[in-house]
Design a protein around this ligand. Structure first.
Ligand code: PLP
Length: 405
């Protein structure tokens, strides 16, 4: 008998699964939306606490300022060490969106670039920035061909690199909606070979502990703390070479990002990242076990489901599974059924949910707009258990079987 199919043990497991709770959520909810945001680790909150209460500005030279400045520089050193970077190469930002904006806009401006080659399944933080730069005639934006799993066609990339000069390439590490991993080492090597700059949005993989810039010749990367159990509204940009600030103001961040730094969140982010790198093997094992279980459940309980993105553990993010249900009853109400059953999941990226637009990512890999609204993304993390996946997939099955659905 499959888990969640009604044995006494499995119903007890599902009942227990609903006891897992987070601040701000109604009781008895299952959270399967880690790709949108992971819960704040209580240890991270503890690290942040003294800096939330501290008086002073990190730019001040007196004792109160020095206290905050020390925390800021320690956080920078911690992150740099984890990534194999120099501390001066880390710029603190208000999150992944700002880091992406900063990398793209400042690179174009600083190095007078004329062309951006981009992956059409990038997050809107990247896509809308590129669109904006193209609309202002600052660059020519050229999409790179992808396969039906969303993977970059390296031959097309090479053809484009051969043809154009003054190029910035923007290709993310892992897609936030479908989890597809890109061949980032090959991409970086090609960029190096043809003298192009490479920006990689690493928001979804930073917490997996995979990124080392001393082993990977990327020029810019974007990260966001709330994807690795840190606070929301803080992130960082790694840049191999100095770039102009795209926010004008004070001389903070060595003149590369004006504005008083969010010291408490930055200290929390550095701690969260250190913990992620220390626990990376255990985390990968935990996520992969859950992914194998989700794939098994899907095949057994929803055999009609078609996986969006790479359908195996290899080549995809271990904590993200996206599928669509080619059934008439499977419309955008599926997410409401999940919500009513106490399951938090997404149909698309958190930033696109509620926009009413079918996902650009799913359409880029060949789904029609009607198919794209029948997609569900489940994503999990430290607080997730097999029973949570059972609740979610059983709920979907029941909502498709029920005559009133
Ligand atoms: N890039 C990717 C791949 C993301 O998944 C996200 C957030 O979901 C962002 C950028 C934006 O990050 P933030 O929410 O920190 O602005």
């Amino acid at each position: 008998m499959l888990p969640g199919q009604g044995t006494e043990t499995s119903s007890r497991r599902i009942e227990a699964a609903h006891d897992c709770n987070f601040v701000g959520m109604p009781p008895k909810y299952v959270y399967l939306d880690y790709a949108a945001s992971a819960p704040l680790d209580p240890e991270v909150l503890e690290v942040m606490h003294p800096y939330l209460e501290a008086v002073g500005n990190p730019a001040s030279t007196h004792a109160a300022g020095r206290f905050l400045r020390t925390a800021l520089e320690e956080a920078r050193q911690t992150i740099a060490d984890l990534l194999g970077a120099a501390p001066g190469e880390i710029i603190f930002t208000s999150g992944g969106t700002e880091a992406d904006n900063h990398a793209l806009r400042s690179a174009v401006e600083t190095f007078s670039l004329s062309t951006i080659l981009y992956n059409p399944t990038e997050h809107h933080a990247v896509l809308h920035t590129i669109e904006d730069l193209a609309q202002q005639s600052k660059v020519r934006a050229i999409p790179i061909a992808i396969d039906p799993y969303g993977r970059i066609d390296l031959n097309h990339l090479e053809t484009l690199l051969r043809k154009h000069s003054g190029v910035l390439v923007s290709i993310m590490y892992a897609n936030n909606e479908i989890g597809t991993l890109q061949p980032v080492s090959e991409i970086a090597a090609l960029c190096q070979q043809y003298g192009a700059l490479y920006h990689c949005d690493t928001v979804q993989v930073m917490g997996l502990g995979w990124v080392r810039v001393d082993e990977w010749p990327v020029d810019f990367l974007a990260a966001s703390a709330h994807k690795f159990y840190g606070p929301k509204g803080v992130g960082f940009l790694y840049r191999r070479r100095p770039i102009k600030s795209f926010i004008t103001g004070g001389a903070q961040e060595r003149g590369q990002r004006a504005g008083t730094e969010n010291v408490a969140s930055i200290a929390g982010m550095a701690f969260a990242l250190k913990k992620a790198y220390q626990q990376k093997d255990l985390y990968l094992k935990h996520l992969s076990t859950l992914k194998a279980h989700a794939l098994m459940l899907l095949q057994a309980l929803l055999p009609e489901a078609r996986i969006n993105g790479v359908p195996t553990l290899e080549g995809s993010h271990p904590g993200i599974l996206n599928f669509y249900l080619p059934l008439e009853k499977a419309d955008d109400l599926l997410l409401i059924h999940l919500d009513l059953a106490g399951v938090c999941a997404s149909g698309t990226s958190a930033c696109s949910s509620g926009s009413g637009h079918p996902s650009h990512v799913l359409q880029a890999i060949g789904l029609s707009p009607e198919e794209a609204v029948r997609a569900v993304r489940l994503s999990w993390g430290w607080g997730s258990e097999k029973a949570h996946l059972e609740v979610a997939i059983q709920t979907l099955r029941q909502s498709l079987l029920s005559p009133t659905a």
